[in-house]
Design a binder for this molecule. Structure first.
Ligand SMILES: [Zn+2]
Length: 387
């Protein structure tokens, strides 16, 4: 069956097209054309002047809809992924928080199985457990350890689903880890780190090419006694070719910093991520008394710290546009095209181009999601084009 989207502003890698159409067949984009003449036999969908943009690529998501991926069940994986899909994330890389070796093996097995039926899931992202305890906080204390070569090689050899792994590069064995993971085609990122310029140079040479939740859990410019030092932040800025991601929920980073990252790293090296916890896109009660939800973010109940974001991908784009004043097309690219390329799925995802998967979001002028297409099909519950 042929579907034709007409009467919208289409975002292509060359910019916006108006009065064109997107043709979809068999779950793929058949053509993006300059013409909006109805194609004979096509099911024509009028998007009423709204924006037709590529579906978002969620490369750092711990959970949503009341479920966390560490629950390690079919139901949890499907529910969390669906919660984000409803907000436009047509590609999701579930993130596994620092956990035990056995649990990593188990989740990798499950993820591989899931990917056969839930095509929104494109691979697994592991965060930790090889983290600098000084920067990781107490959250996962019991699991934190130095990289153990026997352990991580066994995990990586046991599965093909791992697409990304984040650790603190400066801990003992960190650079060897980066050489191994990056040479196995895994996007290797620095996280929870106090690396300074020399460490970042070594890390980049070893294959760490991305910085997780930039600015969060890493120092910036600081003083030790009377002398001043660059932090991880400045070191990453100085490393050409190292991409970054920002939690653009408007709370984890102020709009001025979002603007600065956009200005210095640019659209092509900046990804928007949710880093969402299980309470994102969830309207039930929080059962865990250690946490509270206040001002659209999850906090520790004693207000000592943020405990995770409740953002969905559409919210990030909205923040970039409305609070940081960044053009819509650039904000969308940072949520789709750039993450797709950084994590290595750009052949099928991230832009509206002939031959790619028909993962498409219809966004209205107020940056609200009005319809989501996953592999050419409208995702149930997302179509509000007629209201
Ligand atoms: Zn995370």
């Amino acid at each position: 069956m042929l579907t034709q989207l007409i009467n919208g502003r289409i975002l292509t890698p060359q910019g916006w097209i108006t009065d064109g159409s997107v043709l979809i067949s068999n779950g793929k984009i058949l053509e993006v054309t300059n013409s909006d003449l109805a194609v004979i036999g096509a099911n024509v969908i009028d998007v009423k002047g709204m924006n037709i943009i590529p579906g978002f690529v969620g490369m750092h998501i711990h959970g949503g809809g009341g479920h966390d991926y560490t629950e390690c069940s079919f139901d949890a994986f499907n529910a969390a992924t669906k919660a984000h899909l409803l907000h436009g994330a047509t590609t999701v890389f579930p993130t596994l928080t620092s956990t035990s070796f056995d649990n990593i093996i188990k989740v990798a097995g499950l993820c591989e199985e899931m990917m056969k039926t839930n095509k929104v899931i494109q691979g697994l992202h592991i965060e930790g457990p090889y983290l600098n305890p000084k920067m990781a906080g107490s959250q996962w204390g019991e699991f934190l350890t130095e990289p153990n070569k026997d352990e991580y090689t066994q995990i990586i050899e046991s599965t093909s689903c791992i697409r990304r792994w984040d650790i603190s590069p400066e801990i003992s064995g960190g650079y060897d880890f980066g050489r191994y993971t990056s040479s196995n085609g895994i996007l290797t990122a620095i996280t929870h780190t106090e690396a300074e310029y020399e460490d970042i140079k070594k890390a980049f040479a070893a294959g760490f090419t991305h910085a997780a939740h930039f600015y969060n859990a890493m120092p910036g410019f600081h003083k030790r006694r009377e002398y001043k030092y660059e932090g991880t932040v400045e070191s990453v800025y100085l490393t050409d070719g190292m991409s970054v991601e920002v939690i653009a929920d408007g709370i984890h980073l102020p709009a001025t910093i979002l603007k600065l990252v956009y200005k210095l790293k640019g659209v092509e090296q900046t990804c928007l991520v949710t880093d969402a916890v299980k309470y994102a896109a969830f309207d039930g009660e929080i059962e865990d008394s250690r946490y509270i939800i206040e001002n659209d973010v999850c906090k520790l109940a004693d207000h000592s710290s943020l405990a995770g974001s409740l953002a969905t991908m559409d919210k990030l784009v909205k923040t970039m546009v409305n609070k940081a004043g960044i053009p819509l097309e650039d904000a969308v690219r940072m949520a789709s095209e750039t993450p797709a390329r950084v994590i290595g799925v750009e052949n099928t995802k991230g832009t509206l181009q002939k031959g790619k998967d028909a993962d498409i979001v219809i966004l209205d002028k107020d940056v609200n999601v009005r319809c989501v297409f996953s592999y050419g099909k409208i995702v149930e519950g997302t179509n509000t084009l007629i209201h």
